[in-house]
Design a binder for this molecule. Structure first.
Ligand SMILES: [Zn+2]
Length: 319
């Protein structure tokens, strides 16, 4: 399943609510039209009688079914033309159009096992709304990530300017998003506070949402709290973090670290690597500090298997 259960549930609720609203609106329009022109009710009744009924009656009367069918079609076309003309004369909307279901799935949201485009669009919107509290929401894709806020002066030690470094990081993230799929490398965004890690994570999350990828964004503490509630509070064990196509964990290293939290982190990271589900993690900690803080198995996943993207420069929030 591409989308988390929570996203699917919200999307289905919105989808059904919209359908109900459309039905009610169509019903209002229908009643108004019938009141203004009673003949519309008779025409609707005639149009609803199916071709099968026509065929059955032709069979009973032992008449030519081909001819009966042709006559039924002609009568239908005439009735349709008449009701279109009547509605146009009344200057009223066609309630049948208002009530129309998605032609691909008939309003179920599914085509067999596949999510239909209509419900998929709803999932996309729900996921965008889940990301609404993150920075950069008013600009599409990576447009909110501005390179000109980074300094152009070359750092002696690193032989590169923050702006050039960030230009490379941005380009890598754009390319990564464009090629995203199962087995894409996981990314570790590493660098001090206020250098744009959360903003770039948000750009990735929104870009992939628009590509119909299931994305879960979380701060590390929020994710760990859910596992704690499951372990110690009887809540259901969260599944989205392991199952979602893309997981973004922000602020690794800000959590209260315990044996339990470390083992949860290890199991989430490890199971995602095994399943080929990419993860993006951001942290303010240097790789040396990460090594001091986390157990070796976790470090071997993080530093051994993630692609490291370094952010550096002056805290942009101080500017
Ligand atoms: Zn549909």
């Amino acid at each position: 399943m591409a989308y988390s259960a929570q996203t699917m549930r919200q999307a289905r609720q919105r989808y059904q609510a919209q359908q109900r609203e459309r039905e009610q609106e169509a019903d209002r329009q229908r009643q108004a039209a019938y009141a203004a022109e009673p003949r519309l009710r008779a025409l609707d009744l005639r149009l609803r009688s199916t071709v099968a009924q026509v065929m059955a009656s032709a069979f009973e009367k032992r008449s030519d079914p081909e001819q009966a069918l042709r006559q039924a079609r002609e009568a239908n076309l005439a009735a349709q033309a008449e009701r279109t003309a009547l509605l146009a004369g009344l200057n009223m909307p066609d309630y049948l159009d208002t009530d129309a279901r998605c032609s691909r799935c008939g309003g179920t949201g599914w085509q067999g096992q596949q999510l239909c485009g209509c419900l998929r669009a709803q999932c996309r919107q729900v996921q965008m709304d889940q990301l609404a509290s993150l920075p950069g929401k008013n600009e599409p894709g990576f447009d909110s990530f501005h390179l000109d806020v980074y300094e152009t002066r070359t750092e002696e030690k690193l032989q590169i300017s923050p702006r050039e470094q960030m230009r490379q990081v941005l380009a890598r993230c754009q390319d990564w998003a464009a090629r995203f799929g199962p087995g894409s490398p996981s990314l570790l965004l590493c660098g001090g506070t206020g250098l744009g890690k959360t903003l770039l994570s948000a750009c990735l999350a929104r870009t992939l949402t628009m590509q119909d990828v299931g994305v879960v964004y979380t701060r590390v503490s929020a994710m760990l709290r859910e596992y704690e509630n499951a372990q110690f509070g009887g809540a259901e064990r969260p599944r989205a973090y392991e199952e979602t196509q893309l997981l973004i964990i922000d602020d690794l290293g800000t959590e209260m670290s315990t044996q339990f939290t470390n083992s949860v982190l290890y199991s989430v990271l490890d199971s995602r690597l095994l399943e080929g589900h990419p993860t993006v993690i951001s942290t303010n900690l240097s790789s040396a500090t990460l090594q001091q803080r986390y157990p070796p198995q976790l470090i071997s996943r993080l530093l051994g298997q993630y692609e490291l993207l370094i952010f550096f420069g002056r805290d942009l929030r101080m500017e």
